[in-house]
Design a binder for this molecule. Structure first.
Ligand code: GDP
Length: 403
């Protein structure tokens, strides 16, 4: 009996030893290969810049905030093997149109607004009898063109008063009064220049925000052309990682004028890309960095978190010089709601109104400026590459009512 027990104990011990060996053997397999005698330091993965963007990333990028600025990043343990991208034939660079006087050249694009707002008002004002009904129709015309309730009332009151006091009745006289009052509504003393200079020896940084579909990426691309046309060098940051094609779209815009695009993986961290873009701009000695962002209005908190983070991270390099809100002029009141939400999230410094070519509601320029207390700086007047114009109140009003 004792012998049997002893045999069983020996057998158990033997099994234990063997299985222990197996387990530790397995564990050993999981260890990384022993380092070679001299440790090699793999440089941190470079930002996805331009053509390198196609290199797949295995790990989603961590946020800058989680890891600190990339300079401080620990060396990547397993950098993906460098895949030499096929060198694409360098596209011929385009020479964008000069920006001065673009609004004047594109004035015909405002035809719809011109017909319903400008011509509508002039026709009403030319009536023999400017009675109560006519003033009401004038008011309706302004409201229909999205000028907004308060500005409409102000304009009608002032116009009525001046017509009465001055006794103006000639078409020319009425046109002049209308022109002056529309200009007053638009404001002639706003600084409408897009601020693209930091005043330091680093690039000016412009962030472009807005709801997806408003024309944000297109505007960023067009703005790059405007800057290049003015002799500035530009780096683009494709921080709209939400919309699948946005980075490609932006890169194409950039390539056409020789601007480099910093991008990351689809769905990657926008703040990290924005940070890298500014870093790249500084390294290249670029004049301006333009950052396209994603504008998902899923929840205000989500938007606030995302844009707030992009802004904070970019500002590690220095202050933002301009935050442009892109609004689709055809969306009317909805555009104003968007404007309100964005203004709560980031400090908007300028407005870009796109698709003014496709709407009769040119009055939105007035309404949105009133809403935010921020000037319209650029207007989109078509899908063509040079269809973005600096906003000039005089040229705009002249286009509306004819000069
Ligand atoms: P995002 O999602 O805000 O980045 O929007 P996109 O830049 O992709 O633009 C959405 C669509 O609006 C595209 O088809 C653009 O060509 C078009 N678009 C942008 N700006 C203008 C404009 O000023 N006029 C017209 N007609 N279309 C525009």
């Amino acid at each position: 009996m004792e012998f049997v027990i002893l045999a069983v104990v020996i057998a158990l011990v033997a099994v234990g030893v063997i299985s222990g060996l197996v387990v530790s053997g397995r564990k050993k397999k999981q260890l990384p290969p022993a380092p070679s005698s001299t440790p090699t330091i793999t440089p941190p993965a470079e930002p996805h810049v331009g053509e390198e963007a196609e290199t797949p990333r295995e790990e989603p990028r961590r946020t800058i905030e989680e890891v600190g600025p990339p300079e401080a990043e620990a060396p990547a343990e397993e950098a993906p093997e460098a895949v030499e991208p096929e060198a694409p034939a360098a596209p011929a660079l385009e020479v964008p149109e000069p920006t001065a006087g673009r609004l004047v050249r594109l004035r015909a694009r405002l035809a719809r607004s011109q017909n319903s707002l400008g011509k509508g008002l002039l026709t009403l004002l030319s009536r023999d009898n400017l009675d109560e009904d006519t003033w009401e129709e004038i008011e309706d015309t302004l409201l229909t063109a999205d000028v907004g309730v308060a500005p409409t009332q102000e304009l009608v009151e002032r116009l009525r008063e001046r017509v009465r006091v001055l006794g103006t009745r000639t078409p020319e006289g009425l046109r002049t009064l209308l022109r002056e009052e529309l200009l007053t509504l638009l404001g002639t003393d706003f600084d409408r220049a897009v601020k693209t200079e930091s005043g330091l020896d680093t690039p000016g940084v412009v962030m472009v925000v807005g709801v997806n579909g408003t024309g944000k990426t297109t505007t960023t691309g067009k703005l790059a052309r405007v800057l290049v046309a003015d002799g500035r060098s530009v780096v683009l940051g494709a921080a709209d990682t939400f919309r699948a094609a946005a980075a490609d779209q932006l890169q194409t815009w950039g390539e056409r004028v020789g601007a480099r695009t910093v991008r990351g993986p689809e769905g990657g961290d926008p703040a990290s890309i924005a940070f890298d873009a500014v870093k790249e701009g500084i390294a290249e000695g670029a004049d301006v960095v333009l950052i396209d962002t994603a504008g998902r209005l899923h929840t205000k908190t989500g938007l606030m978190d995302e844009l707030g983070k992009v802004k904070r991270v970019v500002e590690k390099h220095g202050p933002l010089d301009e935050v442009l809100l892109v609004l689709d002029a055809t969306t009317g009141q909805n555009g104003l709601v968007q404007a309100r939400v964005f203004a709560e999230v980031v400090d908007i410094t300028g407005i870009v109104l796109t698709k003014l070519d496709g709407t009769a509601k040119g009055g939105i320029v007035v309404a949105v400026q009133r809403e935010l207390g921020v000037p319209v700086k650029l207007v989109g007047l078509g899908e063509g590459p040079d269809d973005l114009a600096p906003f000039e109140p005089e040229a705009f009003v002249d286009a509306l009512i004819g000069d």
